[in-house]
Structures are given as structure tokens and as C-alpha cells.
Write a protein that binds this ligand. Structure first.
Ligand code: HEC
Ligand code: HEC
Length: 283
């Protein structure tokens, strides 16, 4: 099923004008993202928000920055009909997939010939569940290879924990487990117009307490997914780390400390199919 999902994930058939696939914005060779501040969909339209990585997305407690999809299946249904992303309609996509000679036998074998939104998104989600990235330097270190981390990376790991980053970036994926508020001072410092995307979880619940609440992003492979934050405002990791420390923790890191944390975060880059994410073709 993951093989079928992999083909669908890369197929521009799923978009209204046949130009965009999931991989357009979530390229597997570019960290599972497009490396743009905000994504560009069909007809070169700019979306409102930065694309998170698909790597390890199965480990998020909910999907999207504002958590509006509970599962990967539910998530995958979204971009197809989003006019700024793939700009198609599910009944059309189902017709196109059902008419395809190459997909038919696979749907026959896996889903008794049922081609519909549920089976298509099921296959894509099953593929996404295979997008795991083991064997980062940090993992090797935890498994006992004491030489896997440099002194600087080790110091960064300590600083990351001692500064309080771990109070929000929790668990073995360093995030993806809760919503947290992005501080008001962040938006003041960023300047510019407030956008609908800036509302975060408020857009889903309508609760004032949820304004500026975002799913805390996982930090695995973070070094290969610039730019950072929901608005793509931080071009590099050092900027993102410095901003986080200042606005989320009231801490002004020295250049050396910020660099050490950046080095630690770099040690969280794992491998997909045996190839380190930062050593793939497009890097
Ligand atoms: C035009 C670019 C674009 C296309 C095409 C696209 N995405 Fe996305 N994707 C995004 C953006 C932007 C977000 C964040 C949206 C938000 O949170 O409101 C996102 C969010 C996600 C997430 C949630 C990750 C997380 O950490 O919350 C997953 C999973 C995902 N996309 C998978 C897919 C799949 C599967 C497809 C194809 C069916 C797809 N995307 C097509 C841009 C795109
Ligand atoms: C109070 C909770 C909280 C604390 C503490 C915190 N973060 Fe975050 N972090 C968040 C949230 C929420 C986001 C998402 C913000 C957004 O993009 O809208 C985020 C985003 C990030 C990102 C960008 C992720 C991406 O995919 O764009 C990085 C990098 C990061 N944090 C690192 C750190 C570091 C390093 C520390 C400690 C110095 C830290 N964070 C402390 C809540 C927190």
C-alpha cells in the first residue's frame, strides 16, 4: 500500500492543472519541505504559511500548524482541494485515478477496486508512515557511540535542556506533542501585517486563549528545513534559536551558546533509506 501511496504522492494527476504533486512542496530530497517562506501552489499562487516537513509527520499528535487535522488521512484530503495548493476537486481526482491503467490493478488488489477519497488518502498516509529518519548522530550517541557527537554538539544538547527548550520541544522528536503560544513580543518584533495564519489554533476553536497557539514543531531534521516558523520569518537556524530563546524564554543567548545549540540541532538530522537527509542529491 505504501508503494501505491508513494506513486500518488509524486503524481501531479492529483492537481487541477496537472502541475503540482505533494512532492512539489514536500520534496523528499529537500528535507520534506520546499525551503520557501510560504508555499507556491497551482498557477504559481503563494500560500499563507510555511510548509512543515512530511518526515516523521506520523509522530505529530495532530497535523498542521493549527492542528486542524487529526490524522494523516484527514490531512492528505486537504491540499488537493485547497485552491492555493493543488486546486482540484476530489470527485475529479477519483475519476482520473480510476481511469488510470497503472493504478487500477493496485486498487483492485488492495481495496477491492474501490477508488475513492478514503482509499487514496489511506494509501498516501501509509506511505507517509514510512517516512522515518533513524540513525542521526544524536541517536548513535544515545545508543552508546560516544564519538558520534562533538564536544560542541554535546554542550548544545545540555544548553537546549538547561535553557528550557525541552519544556515545549518535548519527547524523542523534540516537539509534535502539544500546542504552545508564540509570544506576543515575537509578533511585535517581527512587525508587518498580522495575517490570518498568525492566529494559529484560534482559527480552529475561536477561543481567545488559542490565539497565537501553534503545534510545537518537531526538531528532528530541523537543519535541512529552512526557513523557520509558521511565517517563514527566520532564514536560518541561528536566527530561529536566538528568537526562540529571547521571546519564548526571556533569554539572550551569547553567540557561542546559540552556535552550540545550532550544532546540537544539526546532530538530529537522520537518514531516509540509508542516506543522510543532508547528503541527498539536492543538498
Ligand atoms: C502548494 C504546496 C503544498 C502541497 C502541494 C502539499 N502541501 Fe502539505 N503542506 C503545505 C503547507 C503550506 C502546510 C502547512 C499548512 C498549515 O499548517 O496550515 C502543509 C502541511 C502538511 C502536513 C502537516 C505536517 C505537520 O507537521 O503538521 C502534511 C503531513 C502534509 N502537508 C502532507 C501533504 C500531502 C500528503 C500532500 C499531497 C496530497 C501535500 N501535503 C501537498 C504545502 C503543501
Ligand atoms: C513556550 C514554548 C517554547 C519554548 C520554551 C521553545 N519553543 Fe521553539 N517553538 C515553539 C513554538 C510554538 C514554535 C512554532 C512557532 C511558529 O512557527 O509559529 C516553535 C518553533 C521552533 C523552531 C522552528 C521550527 C520550524 O519548523 O520552523 C525552532 C528551531 C525552535 N522552536 C527551537 C527552539 C529552541 C532552540 C528553544 C530554546 C532556546 C525553543 N525552541 C524554546 C515553542 C517553544
Amino acid at each position: 500500500m505504501a508503494l501505491l501511496g508513494e506513486a500518488l504522492y509524486h503524481d501531479t494527476l492529483l492537481s487541477g492543472d496537472g502541475t503540482v504533486s505533494c512532492a512539489t512542496c514536500h520534496g523528499l530530497e529537500t528535507g520534506g519541505v520546499d525551503r520557501l517562506p510560504v508555499s507556491t501552489g497551482v498557477k504559481n499562487q503563494r500560500g499563507p504559511i510555511n510548509a512543515p516537513t512530511v518526515y516523521n509527520s506520523a509522530h505529530n499528535f495532530v497535523q498542521f500548524w493549527d492542528g486542524r487535522a487529526a490524522t494523516l488521512e484527514e490531512q492528505a484530503a486537504g491540499p488537493v482541494e485547497n485552491p492555493l495548493e493543488m486546486g482540484d476537486q476530489w470527485p475529479e481526482v477519483v475519476k482520473k485515478v480510476a481511469a488510470s491503467e497503472s493504478y487500477r490493478p493496485q486498487f483492485d488488489a488492495l481495496f477491492d477496486g474501490e477508488v475513492n477519497t478514503a482509499t487514496i488518502t489511506k494509501a498516501i498516509a501509509e506511505f507517509e508512515r514510512t517516512l522515518v529518519t533513524p540513525d542521526s548522530a544524536f541517536d548513535k550517541y544515545l545508543k552508546g557511540d560516544k564519538a558520534a557527537l562533538t564536544e560542541k554538539e554535546k554542550r548544545g544538547a545540555l544548553l537546549f535542556a538547561e535553557s528550557g527548550c525541552t519544556s515545549c520541544h518535548t519527547g524523542s522528536y523534540f516537539g509534535g506533542e502539544s500546542y504552545q503560544k508564540l509570544a506576543d513580543s515575537y509578533f511585535e518584533a517581527r512587525g508587518g501585517e498580522m495575517t490570518e495564519a498568525d492566529n494559529g489554533r484560534f482559527n480552529v476553536t475561536g477561543e481567545e486563549a488559542d490565539r497565537h497557539m501553534f503545534k510545537v514543531p518537531m526538531l528532528r531534521n530541523i537543519a535541512v528545513t529552512p526557513p523557520y516558523f509558521h511565517d517563514g520569518s527566520a532564514p536560518d537556524l541561528e536566527t530561529a534559536v536566538t528568537i526562540m530563546a529571547h521571546h519564548q524564554l526571556g533569554l539572550d543567548l551569547s553567540k557561542e551558546d546559540a552556535a552550540a545549540i545550532v550544532a546540537f540541532l544539526g546532530s538530529l538530522t537522520g537518514e531516509y533509506k540509508g542516506v543522510p537527509l543532508d547528503k541527498m542529491a539536492s543538498n
